[in-house]
Design a binder for this molecule. Sequence first.
Ligand code: GRF
Length: 203
Amino acid sequence: KRVVIFISGGGSNMEALIRASRAEDYPAEIIAVYSDKAEAGGIAKAEAAGIATRIFVRKDYASKEAHEEAILASLAHDRPDIICLAGYMRLLSGRFIASYEGRILNIHPSLLPLFPGLHTHQRALDAGVKLAGCTVHLVTEGMDEGPILAQAAVPVLKGDTAETLAARVLTAEHKIYPLVLRQFASGKAEPQPADAMIISASL
Ligand code: GRF
């Protein structure tokens, strides 16, 4: 399966997907990395991995529609079977999503439906939850609300800050996203129950 990854920042999830895709039995090939930020750290990482990068800066376009038009035109050439959003900080329009209905995945750093949106780790700490984690879901028009494919949980530890919790969740993200893409690309939409991992950090 042909996969395109969308990033806006450092691209550590992108890196994890690229690394996983190198296994010869991996059912997905990363065709290109798209970014809406010219300075995204992930661009250099993608280039270093020999993956094509395509940059579409929003302010270069007259409107959101024009911006998406340009991206869709480029995607028509790349012909992805699957689009993986990985730290992509822009909402896709219903029209865009309809073009790739049921084939856009996203990773969100919380156990949805808890804490959709931003600053998820601080909100989890403020709420006093004992478990945090990440969710891979299908992208629908609403933000962070599509069907959940898999989740990974990590404990919230005494003295955690948003930074220490984010780092612990990120390691779980890097494990679960490649696994979900493997399952999704091989046609098993939902990973087997065993794959909905509970990551136990060293308590
Ligand atoms: C991660 O927490 C991810 O869950 C969120 O963006 C953060 C950075 O991701 N979507 P990355 O390092 O750019 O992959």
